[in-house]
Ligand binder design. Structure first.
Ligand code: GLY
Ligand code: MN
Ligand code: MN
Length: 447
């Protein structure tokens, strides 16, 4: 993730203050939140670095080897442990902020070299009522907390008392991450706009004879050209029968006339994911059976989107989509029986086997529980989710041959507003007429 512009620091400070206030409500304590490590791809070459989402949410600090410590109490404090400035390493690997930059640019109350963390953490932890830590996710982080606790225990004769409780810090941050603030919504809107452009570009480029990876290259071009740092997840460019493989990522088939092409792709911008799926015919014209299935999935999506509003619960959109799809499967002769039977037995899962959406934010499948206690969570303004029904028809006994190998998914990103929802990805064509018009107007050459 890129370094922060000074005007963007405030939202991170405000999130730290809100987390500190929540910790205080729970009796106070110390939170320890590390960023992600660099990971080797091979020998001495690393994967592109990405900060831990929780750490980024609270700091915006882009470097590896950094740990945030929050201390609640009469004077709440934010401390950052990070790499020191190092002329030699900066010549080879790039700029480092150092503790001074962490204070001045990232608004930390105190900052120290990361090497000092093991000796300072026991003192910071002593006499705190609780340690807020994500237990069990990362053995190194668990070991850091265990060592610090033992460090406090070792000072028992000085009167130091270790925290008596370990609380899940992620659970508190998850609740915050569910409701996007203005800074996050601005980024998510921009990420959606970049992905919209990428999908239009792909639609205007796809043609019989081209390879799926050539279309993927068009998507990546649009992402980077507009400043997105990476795809938010491996792009799915699935033509013909590949559209019925939900997580298809090989993207190496040559497309043929008569294929549908399912593209599920979204960029990551400043840490935030977008997530769009569109499905269209590579010739630019839907066949009759393709259109039947496409219109059905589109109707299911419209029914689901109508259930995305404050007060509606999380699962209403899924229930609405399933109802429309199940009736459509009966009408098209894909299933036998009646609607109640199809819903009760779950036989619709032969053609629709995934759920209709997920939270969207720093993670493509974002943080936050879908239930509160045993009930589905009610939607509230500021939540961002996807709405992505689909239909995937593999050959099989009793399945009309005209529908074989048709796979359709239509996915948009929705921001819950006080009135209902705002579809952040609404500009990406999705009616049959809009798709056919875009493709007819594009200067698509068959290779
Ligand atoms: N692209 C991942 C998803 O749609 O969930
Ligand atoms: Mn999705
Ligand atoms: Mn998707």
């Amino acid at each position: 993730m890129t370094p922060l512009a000074p005007e963007n620091i405030h939202p991170f400070q405000s999130r730290r203050q809100r987390l500190l206030a929540r910790m205080a409500e729970l009796g106070g304590g110390i939170a320890v939140i590390a960023t992600a490590p660099e990971r080797l791809r091979n020998r001495d070459t690393h994967y592109p670095y990405r900060a831990d989402s929780y750490f980024h949410y609270l700091t915006g600090f882009p470097e590896p080897e950094a740990v945030l410590v929050l201390i609640s109490g009469a004077e709440p404090q934010s401390l950052l442990f990070c790499r020191e400035r190092d002329t030699e390493r900066e010549i080879w690997d790039g700029y480092r902020f150092g503790p001074e930059g962490a204070r001045e640019i990232f608004g930390m109350d105190h900052a120290f070299p990361i090497a000092e963390l093991p000796q300072r953490l026991p003192d910071l932890m002593a006499n705190q009522p609780a340690v807020f830590h994500a237990l069990g996710f990362d053995p190194d982080a668990d070991a850091r907390i265990t060592m610090a606790l033992n460090g406090v225990r070792a000072q028992a004769r000085t009167g130091a008392v270790p925290p008596s409780a370990v609380r899940d810090v992620r659970a508190l941050i998850d609740e915050m991450r569910l409701l996007k603030d203005d800074h996050e919504i601005r980024i998510q809107r921009r990420a959606a706009a970049i992905s919209d452009e990428a999908h239009r570009r792909a639609m205007g480029f796809a043609a019989p004879g081209r390879f799926e990876y050539e279309v993927e290259a068009e998507l990546l071009h649009a992402f980077r050209r507009h400043g997105a740092q990476a795809p938010a997840y491996p792009s799915i460019v699935a033509s013909g029968p590949n559209a019925c493989v939900l997580h298809y990522v090989e993207n190496n088939r040559r497309m043929a006339a008569g294929d549908l092409l399912l593209i599920d792709a979204g960029c990551e911008l400043d840490g935030y994911a977008s997530d769009i799926t569109r499905t269209f015919p590579v010739t630019g014209r839907f066949s009759g059976p393709q259109r039947d299935i496409y219109e059905l999935v589109l109707a299911a999506q419209a029914a689901a989107i109508a259930e995305v509003r404050p007060g509606a619960h999380w699962n209403q959109a899924h229930d609405a989509a399933v109802r429309v799809l199940a009736q459509g499967f009966l009408d098209l002769g894909l299933l036998a029986g009646n609607l109640d039977e199809v819903l009760e037995t779950g036989s619709y899962r032969s053609f629709y086997m995934h759920r209709t959406g997920h939270w969207l934010g720093l993670d493509v499948h974002d943080a936050g529980d879908y239930k509160v206690g045993s009930n589905w969570r009610p939607l509230a303004p500021g939540m961002v989710l996807t709405v992505e029904p689909g239909c995937y028809i593999r050959p099989g006994p009793g399945v009309p041959e005209a529908f074989w190998h048709i796979g359709v998914r239509i996915e948009d990103d929705a921001l819950v507003t006080p009135e209902g929802c705002d579809i952040l990805t609404a500009a990406t064509p999705k009616t049959v007429a809009d798709i056919e018009a875009l493709m007819a107007g594009a200067a698509r050459a068959t290779p």
